[in-house]
Design a protein around this ligand. Sequence first.
Ligand SMILES: *Cc1c(COP(=O)(O)O)cnc(C)c1O
Length: 460
Amino acid sequence: MERTTAQWQAADAAHFLHPFTDFKALSAKGARIIQRAEGIYLWDSDGHKILDAMSGLWCVNVGYGQRALIDAAARQMAELPFYNAFFQTATPPAIELAEVLAEVTPPQFRHVFFSGSGSEGNDTVVRMVRRYWDLLGQPERQVIISRHNAYHGSTMAGASLGGMGGMHAQGGLPIPGITHIGQPHWWENGRPQGLSREDFGRVAAGWLEQKILEIGADKVAAFIGEPVQGAGGVIVPPESYWPEIQRICDKHGILLVSDEVICGFGRTGRWFGCERFGFKPDLMTFAKGVTSGYVPLGGVMVGERIAKVLIERGGEFNHGYTYSGHPVACAVALANIALIRQLKLVEHVHDDVGPYLAAQFQGLATHPLVGEVQTCGLMGALQLVKDPARGTPFASELEVGMVCRGHCFANGLIMRAVGDRMIVAPPLVITRAQIDEMMLLIRRCLDLTLADAQQRGWIG
Ligand SMILES: *Cc1c(COP(=O)(O)O)cnc(C)c1O
């Protein structure tokens, strides 16, 4: 039976505890109820049309309503809705997907370990790198180095690898053997004077070497990072950063892990973010875009350096998930990858809409609220500041980002606020005309936010 928005909200508040949510605040306000979607648009329970500039949660790469994915799920559910991959069994969709992933990922990857999500994939990374060093007779290599303001998921290992202080504060994290260095975030690091961005990239990578020397290289198992930090605010590193990270990992024999949960499957204009930034990881976590979010699936691409040791040395790897290689999820992933290829979405981002988005975002650089603009493929960020010339931030308690996000919602645009950084990551199928439409909405919301800031005396 159809319910009214108020009825949905009441039932929601009565029973549903949402992720990353202040339960009390939400139940006072009522959730937005999203009912259907097509292409890059959503419709809420009041019939409002909303441009989804965040691809759901960075995942709906092929857009909503793609028949090929829907049919693949229905067909596979009818044929074989579930069987596991434990006990020396496998299903055709899981085998085929493993094969196709070996094709679309960089050449060092011939093997995959499936999980149900990105967080689980990163749990697998922790287990697997430690297993690798154990098998090589170096069990003291335990420490995994990550970065502040990284996001690697919300399980105990995922949240520990992540560098979100708020998450560590709840639950006694990080777990032992995980440590963090600074992020390659020009703005947060005070736009160091007398240092070019490229010099800053090398300095930020150098923090890894400092940490390795501090711990002792013989105790370090791996370094993990997102090619572009997503949830942290679309932080695009200087071009010098990743090659230098690679050099440092190679020098000390440390495994390099790329968390491609957002950057994978075309988001950066290449199939994977490591290809965009020119580095060669040993492990690669994926999720989100692998199925365009239509069903949950994640996993870890395992480089030959590691796969060879795991396979040749023998012995059971005591790890896995009920849904590792879930046939329906794998069938949808196969249809999704086939569609990305058929529609040439990676090329579409690289040659057409990626550069177009970059040019449009640059046009916002002179807006009186905007201190920094960054884009990479189909990701973009706008740093909102009180005084762009001086780079003076707003006081954080003003929550300017939330004010701007409120205007976005009210004007039919989903844009995310990370502190005072406004970010987008639209579906890869977006057209230039739709980017124009998105930019009009973004401009309008920035102007409304500016008017608020002036009226409340936050500026000038
Ligand atoms: C979303 C995300 C994860 C976690 O994935 P889940 O499917 O939510 O568990 C891990 N790493 C990165 C980079 C992400 O963006």
